[in-house]
Design a protein. Structure first.
Length: 151
């Protein structure tokens, strides 16, 4: 799992990026193919294609090859990192959209804070459910073990 400090750094970079644009023809060296992105980010090509299909990034095309700009790779990296925290894809897209709106940072931060707070609350709820499942399962195992003892 990616450390929070690294995720915050990527958030700052994505926020600083302008809206995704097509690189000019003279800057083709800065784009990466899907294979290069998968190696750099440690994700599958299917993940990169899925993120492209749902609009996290809109890569250029050269034939059947998708080409990604550095700011698109940062968006993909952030999406990967947020998903590693268990954040659902809808919220990942909300975070990315919030980061690249034209709103001032002072308006973006409360929106981001709320999105992450909602996720934290959901995790706490899951933790409690898992804890209850653990205790019920442990009690069941203990009861069954006690019934297996010779009298």
């Amino acid at each position: 799992m990616t450390k929070p400090a690294c995720i915050l750094e990527t958030i700052k970079q994505v926020m600083a990026d302008t809206a995704t644009t097509m690189p000019d023809a003279g800057n083709q060296a800065s784009v990466l193919s899907t294979n290069a992105v998968t190696k750099q980010l440690g994700v599958t090509a299917r993940t990169v294609r899925f993120y492209s299909e749902i609009g996290i990034v809109t890569p250029m095309r050269r034939g059947t090859t998708r080409l990604f700009t550095p700011d698109q790779v940062r968006r993909l990296k952030l999406a990967r990192d947020l998903r590693s925290l268990g954040i659902d894809i809808k919220t990942v897209m909300q975070v990315l959209d919030t980061l690249q709106t034209s709103r001032p940072v002072s308006e973006k931060l409360p929106l981001l804070t709320e999105l992450f707070s909602e996720h934290s609350r959901a995790l706490l709820k899951q933790e409690e459910e898992i804890r209850q499942q653990y205790y019920a399962t442990a009690k069941l195992a203990e009861t069954l073990f006690n019934q297996c003892k010779p009298a």
